[in-house]
Each structure stands twice: as C-alpha cells, then as structure tokens.
Design a protein around this ligand. Structure first.
Ligand code: QAP
Ligand code: CO
Length: 175
C-alpha cells in the first residue's frame, strides 16, 4: 500500500538489466501491489520494476481496450516475460512515466505472443496486438534497461535528449 518514486531519465538505474524472479515471495508480492498503486496514481497504463528502482523482471499494465473502460478491468501482471513470437510492424507515438512530457514515434511489432508468470507463479501466454502489444514491448524494454528514446534514430534521439535536458535545467532555474 505505498506509492513508489518513479525514476526519471537520465537516472542511470533505468539502464539496469533486471534479474529474473526465481521465487514469488512476500517481497515480490508487495512490489507488485505497490507498482499497481503507483501506476494508477501516476495515471499510467504500464510500469516496469526498473522504473521504481527494483532490479526484478516484473511489469504491470492496464491498457484500455474498449471505450467505456474502467481502470483495473484489464490489469495484467507479467513476471519474467519473454516474447515467444511476433508479427508485423506498427508505429505509435509513445510516452513514458520516466520521460514525462515527451513523446516520439516508435516502431514495434504489431502483434506478439508473450510467455510469462502471473502473480501466482502460473505460466501464462498472452497474445497481444495493437496498443497492448506496444505497451508490453515498451515494458519489457524497461526490464532490459531500454527506454523508448533508445529506439529512435541517432539524430532523433540526440534532439529529444537535448530537449529533455534543457527542460530539466529550465525547471531547476525556476525553483
Ligand atoms: C508505456 O506509458 C506505453 O509523459 C506506458 O506526462 C507507452 O503509461 C504503452 C504518461 C506508449 C503504450 C504506448 C506519460 C503520463 C504515461 C507522460 C505510460 C505523462 C503522463 C505513460
Ligand atoms: Co516507460
């Protein structure tokens, strides 16, 4: 029952490659529960453990699937996720709670099959397409120490990195 601090770019912990979870113990269950609370508090649709400073392969997602959707309706917890199959390509304007206020078009697989464990250590297979597929790839990237800006061309990445750093400097001056 706690809201965790979300690490922001350029925090170097965001580059950490998270370790597989070998045992879903009380600590992992508490982490999952706090990540869910933190994701909703921050009004996000996905959050990876790396973003809250935890070196564990855990992510939570709640991607709206229909129009009159209530949060919690599509809550997914994935532990040790792996993309077993993928198809097609899709471009989408992504944002990230660790890069607040910035977005960029990112190319992803259009549909994927993800194998993972759920919070009860049950093996699950999720076939995802569209926004859910994008969100899962975005969260799995976090577990590999990768942000959406790392998927941009060198030129576009440099431009956005400079903009972000300037925004942080301007923010400091205003305080
Ligand atoms: C990952 O992203 C994602 O800049 C989840 O000011 C991204 O929840 C999934 C957010 C793209 C699918 C497509 C970002 C909130 C939330 C911001 C998020 C902001 C406030 C991002
Ligand atoms: Co993110």
């Amino acid at each position: 029952m706690s809201i965790l601090e979300i690490l922001k770019y350029p925090d170097t912990f965001l580059k950490t490659k998270a370790k597989p979870v070998s045992n879903i113990d009380e600590g992992i269950k508490r982490l999952i529960s706090d990540m869910v609370d933190t994701m909703y508090f921050a009004k996000g649709i996905g959050l990876a453990a790396t973003q809250v400073g935890a070196d564990k392969r855990v992510a939570v997602l709640d991607v709206p699937v229909k129009e009159d959707y209530q949060r919690g309706e599509n809550l997914i917890v994935i532990i040790n996720p792996d993309i077993a199959a993928h198809e097609g390509e899709i471009k989408y304007e992504e944002g990230c709670l660790s890069v607040p206020g910035f977005t960029a078009d990112v190319k992803r697989f259009e549909s994927i099959t993800v194998r993972a464990l759920d919070k009860d250590a049950k093996e699950i297979e999720i076939k995802a397409e569209g926004l859910l597929a994008i969100a899962m790839q975005h969260e799995i990237d976090h577990l590999d120490g990768m942000l959406f800006i790392d998927r941009l061309s060198k030129l576009k990445r440099n431009i956005i990195q400079r903009k972000i750093k300037k925004a942080i400097e301007d923010e400091k001056k205003r305080l």
